[in-house]
Structure formats: structure tokens, C-alpha cells
Design a protein around this ligand. Structure first.
Ligand code: ADE
Length: 234
């Protein structure tokens, strides 16, 4: 059974984007994942096919209409579709590797890409949309965020990553940032590969990597160490 993503967007041309290439591209070709982009405007009515309107209460920007979006959602995800419905939004819960794994374990996702100032709150509630953010910065629309989420999900689907072990030592999988990597040549612009890595002592290599992971995490992401402590305390 393959992972099936349906994206609701005003810019379907933005898909599959980079996901048509490389690792994800091969997964799509094999049918391990499927991506379908649907234009929200196809579900607008009236002479002008308007999808947005001015915000109630006044203010800048435009708001995506609930009736149009609800029709689009119902058309691609009829009753009985068990896929989670996500709304890409800077106001959402931050995406984590754990949520990425959960999504990859499931049947797929319906992903709504917001534009304008936002989406009418009533359709978020009425269609049970889970708001997801990819970070504390604001994009001009949810499309790049959806591409990033799908990139993260597709690479952890069964059979997609060449070397099965190559996911589990990574940043956020271990709770720490990953250690630095080196390859040939032995000397690059007067910089040598740390001697321990070419010593042949696998225990010493593991210990060095663990220490480097800890050092980098302490320096760059002390919040991850706090999260870890909380988990160990539980
Ligand atoms: N849309 C605009 N900004 C976003 C963000 N940071 N994450 C997800 N969707 C967004």
C-alpha cells in the first residue's frame, strides 16, 4: 500500500516540484508514494470563481472562503477517507521527526496550502484540519512547507532509503544533532581527518561520534537536551 498525498492549493504547478527528482522522484516512479495536486479554484462558483474575501472585522489581506475550501476537501476526501487533513500554517504545531514517522506509517495525507492572510476558522474546525508549521518564519504560502513535509515523509517510507540503517543515526532520530562527517582526501587544505576515525578502533570511533553529537547539541540546540532530560525523567 502506497502513501497517498492530495494537496489542495491555488498553485498546483508547484507540485511535485523537487519531489519529482532524486530519492523522492524514484519513490514516486516506483509507486511507493503518490502526489496529486488539486486546484482549490476548481471548486469555486460564480462568474468570478472567487476563492477569498475580505476579513470580517476589517484589516489587511484576504481570507480563504470556508465554503470553497470545504467543497474542495469533500471532493478529494469523501467520508471514509481515513487520511489526516493537514493545513500548512505558521500558526501550526511545529513539525517534528516523530510526526513525520507517524505520517509515513499511515495511508497518506490531505494537505491544504494556505495563501493570503489565512483560512476561515470555521472550515478548520468543521473539517478537522491539523495546523502544521515547518518553523518560526513566515512563507508567502503553504506550498513550500507542504513540499518540505512530503520530502521528510517520503524519505522514511519503507524501501525508499537505500541503506536501511542510514536513517536512524541522524539528527532528531537520536534526540541529538548528528556528528561531523569526513571522507577522502586524508588532507584537505591543511586540515586532516581526526585521527580516531582512521584508527580502525570502532569503539573509539563510536565514542568520538557520541561526544561530538553532544558537543554540537549543547552548543546549537540546548533545548533538545532539555527535552531528553524530560523524557528520561518520565
Ligand atoms: N505557511 C506560511 N508560513 C508557514 C510555515 N512557517 N509553516 C507552514 N506553513 C506556512
Amino acid at each position: 500500500m502506497s502513501f497517498r498525498a492530495t494537496i489542495l492549493t491555488l498553485y498546483p504547478e508547484m507540485f511535485p516540484g523537487h519531489l519529482g527528482l532524486s530519492l523522492a522522484g524514484r519513490a514516486l516512479e516506483r509507486g511507493d508514494a503518490e502526489i496529486e495536486a488539486v486546484n482549490i479554484r476548481d471548486h469555486a462558483t460564480g462568474r468570478h470563481r472567487n476563492v477569498d474575501d475580505t476579513p470580517a472585522g476589517g484589516g489587511a489581506g484576504m481570507v480563504l472562503r470556508p465554503d470553497v475550501l470545504a467543497r474542495a476537501i469533500d471532493a478529494v476526501s469523501p467520508e471514509g477517507d481515513v487520511r489526516p487533513r493537514l493545513l500548512m500554517s505558521p500558526r501550526g504545531k511545529p513539525l517534528t521527526q516523530a510526526r513525520v514517522r507517524e505520517l509515513a506509517d499511515g495511508p497518506g495525507a490531505v494537505i491544504v496550502c494556505g495563501r493570503f492572510e489565512g483560512v476561515d476558522q470555521r472550515v478548520i474546525e468543521a473539517r478537522n484540519l491539523e495546523e502544521v508549521s515547518i518553523g518560526d518564519y513566515v512563507l508567502s504560502g503553504g506550498e513550500p512547507a507542504a513540499l518540505i513535509l512530503l520530502d521528510a515523509v517520503i524519505r522514511v517510507l519503507p524501501g525508499v532509503m537505500g541503506n536501511a540503517a542510514s536513517g536512524t543515526h541522524e539528527s532528531f532520530e537520536t534526540g541529538l544533532l548528528e556528528h561531523p562527517h569526513y571522507t577522502r582526501p586524508q588532507v584537505f587544505e591543511d586540515r586532516e581527518i581526526p585521527a580516531v576515525l582512521t584508527s580502525g578502533n570502532h569503539r573509539a570511533v563510536d565514542e568520538w561520534r557520541e561526544a561530538e553529537s553532544l558537543r554540537l547539541t549543547r552548543e546549537r540546540r540546548p533545548d533538545l537536551l532539555e527535552d531528553r532530560k524530560d523524557q528520561l525523567a518520565k
